[in-house]
Write a protein that binds this ligand. Structure first.
Ligand code: PEP
Ligand code: MN
Length: 338
């Protein structure tokens, strides 16, 4: 349910309504809009009706949320969300580029990539220290040593860090080093991990599961917001289809579909989405043309010797060419590449 407060309703009235909602067994999620305040009430709506709140002073209306997801939907919040990651705004006019290797491999590797991508205008350094590999025999990541190398490289170059959390047990360690927590495709429906991420104070990048529908994906996002963490960015990274000419099928139609349903920013990962460096630039440009708020791209100084995802990683020179093309394209869709 959404409780819509009257325009200019006092703080006391707003607080009294919140107290009443909580007494009735619901969690309150207030949204302070330009025009008025609305309060999202989340709980077991079939148990206690909330219509009676309409009689409270300061309340204009109590309206049901029809979609199964409540907090991520446009019904509750009409304006687009802008997520701030230590001064970098995701969801505003600027296209935010996150770039770096699939895995952190060494101090030299991560610093070289950081310098190269920063020079081209990337704002985030990406890289995995805990890798969710399909095979238990594949490289699993450098763990804390890797996190520390990435933090140092990002600080030296003035980049933000985004890295993946794969287990609830590592959350404090990841939070110590990162600016934004990535939840990977393989964990998109790991509800305990989503709740754990929702309880941190870090912005979250939630990748779409390779077999999740838009509704399932938005329900996964709802797990994070329902814990009180509203700083969530969605990420399309390709889904499984019958097509095997590419590693996954990058579903760019998610962008307009989710735009209509949700206020959350959306970035696109053309690296995992295609699985081959040759296709990355085309799909990155297409993503921005389709309305993406940002991109996450794998870049490696020596893809042939990468510990993971070499075939889909761009060399720094190719990344630089892509950034040039993005700069030309962005104004055509009223965006800017800083
Ligand atoms: C990654 O970003 O390196 C990664 C493992 O991504 P995904 O979860 O989308 O497969
Ligand atoms: Mn990867």
């Amino acid at each position: 349910m959404i409780v819509v407060m009257e325009r200019g309703a006092s703080r006391e009235k707003f607080e009294a309504v919140c107290r009443r909602i909580e007494e009735l067994g619901y969690k309150t999620h207030p949204i302070f809009g330009v025009e008025r305040t609305v309060i999202g009430c989340v709980g077991h709506e079939d148990k206690t009706p909330l219509e009676s709140l309409e009689t409270m002073p300061g309340v204009e209306a109590v309206v049901p949320i029809l979609k199964p997801y409540k907090l991520v939907g446009r019904e509750l919040k009409k304006e687009k969300t802008v997520v701030d990651v230590r001064g970098v705004a995701i969801g505003a006019t600027d296209i935010v580029v996150m770039a770096g290797p699939c895995s952190i491999e060494s101090e030299e590797q991560i610093l070289e990539v950081a310098r190269a991508v920063k020079a081209q205008g990337a704002q985030f350094l990406r890289g995995g220290a805990f890798k969710p590999r399909t095979s238990p025999y594949s490289f699993q990541g450098l763990r804390e040593r890797g996190l520390s190398m990435m933090r140092a490289a990002a600080d030296e170059t003035g980049l933000r860090v985004v890295t993946e959390l794969v287990s609830v047990a590592d959350v404090d360690l990841i939070c110590e080093y990162t600016d934004m927590i990535q939840i990977g495709a393989r964990n998109a429906q790991n509800f305990a991990l989503l709740q754990c991420a929702g309880r941190t104070n870090k912005p979250i990048l939630l990748k779409r599961g390779m077999a999740t529908t838009v509704e399932e994906y938005l329900m996964a996002a709802e797990y994070i917001l329902s814990e009180g963490n509203y700083n969530l960015v969605l990420c399309e990274r390709g889904i499984r289809t019958f097509e095997n000419a590419t590693r996954f099928t990058l579903d760019l139609s998610l962008i307009p579909v989710v735009r209509g349903l949700s206020h959350l920013p959306i970035v696109v990962d053309p690296s995992h989405g295609t699985g081959h460096w040759r296709y990355v630039a085309s799909m990155a440009l297409a993503a921005v043309a389709a309305g993406a708020d940002g991109l996450i791209i794998e870049v490696h100084p020596d893809p042939a010797h990468a510990s993971s995802d070499g075939p889909q990683s761009l060399k720094p020179t190719k990344f630089a060419e892509l950034m040039q093309s993005l700069r030309r394209l962005a104004p055509a869709v009223d965006r800017n590449v800083p």
